[in-house]
Structures are given as structure tokens and as C-alpha cells.
Design a protein around this ligand. Sequence first.
Ligand SMILES: CC(=O)SCCNC(=O)CCNC(=O)[C@H](O)C(C)(C)COP(=O)(O)OP(=O)(O)OC[C@H]1O[C@@H](n2cnc3c(N)ncnc32)[C@H](O)[C@@H]1OP(=O)(O)O
Length: 440
Amino acid sequence: MKIISEATPDFPYQLRTWTSTESIDSAGKVDEPAKAWNRAVIQGFHGAEPEEQAQEKIVASIAKDQQQIYAIYPSEIRPGSLPATDPVATYSSFVGTLNVGEALLATDMITAVTVRPSHRRRGILSRMISTDLTAAKEQGVPMAALTASEATIYGRFGFGEANRYRSITVDTSLGFALRSAPVGTVELAPADTAGQVQAELFKSFHAATFGSISRPDHYRAMVSGEWTFDNPERDSKVRVAVHYAVDGSIDGYLSYKHLGYQSQPVTLEVIDLLALNPQAYLALWQFLADVDLSSAVNWDGAPANDPLLWALADSRRYKVNREVDSLWLRPLDIPVLLNARRYFGAGQIVLKVNDRLNLAAGRFALTVRDGKGHTEVLSAEGPADIEMDVAALGSLYLAGVSARTLWEAGRLDFGTEAAAVELFDEIFRTPVQPVSRTDF
Ligand SMILES: CC(=O)SCCNC(=O)CCNC(=O)[C@H](O)C(C)(C)COP(=O)(O)OP(=O)(O)OC[C@H]1O[C@@H](n2cnc3c(N)ncnc32)[C@H](O)[C@@H]1OP(=O)(O)O
């Protein structure tokens, strides 16, 4: 445990940090600061207070990710209020990877951000996030990422929405049909094997999918119904199905549950779905539609450009309940991340990037040839073809949105030459939309 900063009159809080592996001994026992930190996280997201055994499972999982824990403690405790050992704010980060084409880019993945309601809007999140982003930058991690509880929080810290996902309901009642016959076979598998199947499939999915970001360890427990942060008890209603390709290899899987006969219409909920190819994806949907005693399927994780809609014989069976931001990206080292990305266009452009936190600001000349980028750092002052806030670059980096759209949205200077906007889009265009299947 390390004290990063002591309380001052302006900021009457102490900021501490430790690595998650420090909190658990060889017998699996969890230390008191980690328990109090977990309780604070769960309170922050309005979950049920975890029992001792649940604490051990959660901390062991966080330790596998090697999460760096941040905790804020108040300098003044009122009699009868929560004790001094309970943090008023929590934050955690760990280094994962982001698929940027051929390369997997090291990325600071931020999670478990909470501030106790009685201490909110006093700059606590600002202190924790600027500390973490600075540390990540110093350690040479070129990108930061998160998935957000609200879309209004992180733009000010330089994060931009990089892609979106859909919450969908598909009507699988009598008459459901796909336009093509399913390929391969789907079989039920024991729920307790789901964690392993998921981990193996995700490895291949992550390596092959532009925009995919690593998964934290707790996915193993969630997809098998073992535990979730919301519910530390086993959910024995979770079922698992596996797709076998024609050659017998496993190339897709599904974790799902029946929501009960009181759901109207009687509904299956997809907990996780991974498919390594379109045939596996459609065959898993045909399987879901074929499950008797249900007539709808909900999935809170469909891609924004979902081929299922186009595969349905009756596309009106596909209902989008909402489409929201998924991954948020925050550039930290612009030359490194521009050079790491795979390109499908070509050209030369000078970008000026503004950054309120002064972590990534500058002027950069990017030259792209044969799919590779080369970035030269220029002096800060001088002309640029296109100027943007670092959050806009977070959105544009994976081409989940075009510069043209951001320009029309007033997110780039309206005075930017149309030719520069077109050039940016020509260089950054991709044949596929970025897809991530990770909520963290
Ligand atoms: C990656 C994740 O873990 S996402 C989960 C985020 N956590 C939650 O949603 C749990 C419930 N909410 C909270 O715990 C807190 O309200 C937090 C973490 C969102 C914000 O923490 P705070 O300490 O209040 O933020 P802080 O005081 O540093 O605010 C910084 C700025 O962001 C603004 N801000 C903070 N939260 C929000 C919000 N939810 N919506 C809009 N603006 C916000 C503040 O007004 C402030 O603006 P300013 O710089 O113009 O004055």
C-alpha cells in the first residue's frame, strides 16, 4: 500500500494505491482494506453487500487482472458515520490490449469508479483519474479505455466514444426464419465449462476483431452463472450452448437464461455470445429461436451494424430497444498509437491535438503508406490540416465515426477545409466497424 497524496485544506482526502495481488494471502484470505474497498464499489453501484466468501471470489478475480487499486479516505469522520477505514471513493485500472488491426495495443483499462454520494462533485474523480492517466502515460501505455455508466462523465477527461452497441429484442415466435440454412451443429454444454470455453474463444475473437478490448477475469464466473458483482450467489438458471463447425472445431458459444414464464413475451436473455465467423453467429441465433417455451430473445450487446437484421426473413422481428456508447478511448501517446494502427487508406496529414490534461497535446505529421503509419512530432505551434480535442481523436481512431460526421456535429472547427476532413477519412477508413464484446 502506498500513500500517493495526503489531505490538504483544498482537498481534505488521502489517496492510496495498492495492487490487487497484495490483498489476498496464500490461503485465499482477503485483507481488511480490500474488503472495505469492495464494499464501497458495490455500494457505489447499488449492489448487495458481499459476504466473506463472495469477497474472496471477487478479490481473487481482481488479483488475476493485476488491477491497480485506488482508494480515497476522508480526513474528518463524523460520529456514527461509516468508519475511517471505508474509502469514500474507489477506482481501479489494469493493462489490457486493444485490437487496432494487426497489433494489440497496450491499454489502461479503467473500472470500479465510484464516489460516495455524500462526497460527490468535490473533484474526487478528477483527482483519481488524472493520477491514473499520468501514471499510465509515464509507464508507456499509449491508450486508456473504459465503458461508462453515463455518457456525460468522461468526455471532459479526454475520452471519446469509439463504438456503440445495441440492446435488442428479437421475436422468435412461430414463423421465425433466417434467409440461409444454419451451418454446423449446436449442442448444450455443462454450465461450469462455460468459463473455459469463453476464455479460449475470446482469445481468438480478440486477436481477429478490430476494436476488441481484453476481458477482465470475472467474465469466466459471469458466463457460467458462478457469480457476478450484482449477485455473489450461483445462478443455476444459466445455460450454455456451443457451436461446432463442419470440421468439428468449436467456433462459437452462447451463455443464456430463461427469464421465467412471467416474462411477457416469455423471453430468453443472452448473457454472452461469441462467434468466430458469420456461420456460427447465425447458427447460434437459429438455436435460440428453436428453444421451446420462449418466444423472444433479449441481447444487451448486439453490434451496432448487426448482420442478424439482414439475415432475418422478417426484419421487423428485430427491435432495437436502445443504441448506446460502448467503448470509450483516451489517447495518451499519439505517435505510438498512430503508428500501431492498421490503415486501409493512404496519405499525409498534419493533426493538431488539444488536451486539457496536457497528456497528449501536440502537432503531428502522419504519413500512411502500404497500411503502415509513420508519425513525426512537430513543434506545438504551426499550421495543421485538422485540429481536434483529444476526445475527438479517441472517437476517430478506430473509425467508429467519420471526421465528416464529427465536423457536421460541430466537434471539429467548422472552418476546417472540407478537403482536410476528406483526407482524414480517406486515411482512417476501415472495411469493418470496430466491435468490442467487453463491458468492464
Ligand atoms: C468506468 C466506470 O467505472 S463508470 C462508473 C462511474 N460511476 C458511477 O456511475 C457510480 C455513481 N456515480 C459516482 O460515483 C460519481 O458521481 C462519479 C464517479 C460519476 C463522479 O465523481 P465526482 O467525484 O462527483 O466527480 P468530480 O467531482 O471529479 O467531477 C468532475 C467534473 O465532472 C462532472 N461530473 C461528474 N459526474 C458527472 C455526471 N454523472 N454527469 C455529468 N457530469 C458529471 C462534475 O460536475 C465536474 O464538472 P466540472 O469539472 O465542470 O466542475
